[in-house]
Design a protein around this ligand. Sequence first.
Ligand SMILES: [Zn+2]
Length: 363
Amino acid sequence: MKEVVLYRKYRPKNFSEVLGQDHIVNVLKRALELNRVAHAYLFAGPYGTGKTTVARILARGAVCSAGEARPCNKCEICEEFAAGHAFDLVELDAASSRGIDEIRTLREAAELMPFRAPYKVYIIDEVHMLTREAFNALLKTLEEPPAHVIFILATTELAKVPDTIISRCQKFDFHKIPEDVLQKSLVAVAKKEGTEIDAEAAGLVSLFADGSFRDAQSMLGQLVSVSGEKIQGSDVRMLFGAPPASLVGRMTEAVLAKDPNRAVSAVDEMVKSGIDPQIFLKFLLRDFRNMFLLKMRPEYEKELAKMMPDGTVMDLKKNADKAGEKELEQILSLLIETYSARKLSYLPHLPLELAIVKAAMRS
Ligand SMILES: [Zn+2]
């Protein structure tokens, strides 16, 4: 599928290409420069934020035969590792190989010296999926790791990884990718693909992707295959069911004008158009947050203008003037509460409806 191809095609090959995780990349780069690579790393963080990508770069950096700026991605070992058939690089997906047998085999193999590279590198993805016995077996190796072995464990669910394992690793927390970083990467990748994505479309995709590069690229891949010369906001709305800006705008205005009747009829329209209330809420949240920030920090306007069409920023500013800081804060709190509750409701749109009625009736 095209969208998968895009994510792989533009996967960063060295640390300088990794976006949005500077706090990790800087430490790892330094460790490579000083030849102080640890024996066990744990990368924790949400899906699609670059854990596997960084693991692979670190793996190549540790074995690369270049004197500096490792990985060079040119030497024989780098190439072997990148091609994915190196004897000294083992990638294991704990979601499918989660038992004691796999880990035992791994442990035995880890005792043997590397074949060609200076280290044997084991990347274990979704490590929280291992069984208890498998964790115990892994722990034994982590307690006394052979000098020639590097483990890089990755997980989306840190809470499910035993503390005994965590304490043996250098842990790095991967963050969700900020929307502006996602947006820039979408523009850059679209360009490399010989097309263009406008600010509105890139903003919408970033919002939907929820901090995940993988999701953003996957959506871009789908858009590339259905859009014309330029990917526009309307393409994103059509393909991924984003609410029309006019409807979000009407709801926002009704809330600001303290008009619960109009707000409820906007909810009604949302239900009739089959728009997911959670997605709608996300759009409302984004707008109210931007209004709030515009009010608190006027200089935010410049940042916003880089990510949004001019007209949108003007509208937000005008709307922000219709309410006080306290009011905006009040509305935001109500929306956030509703968004995070995510409870299954008898009527899926009811929590949103209640929240906006409350917001429109604020004192
Ligand atoms: Zn190299």
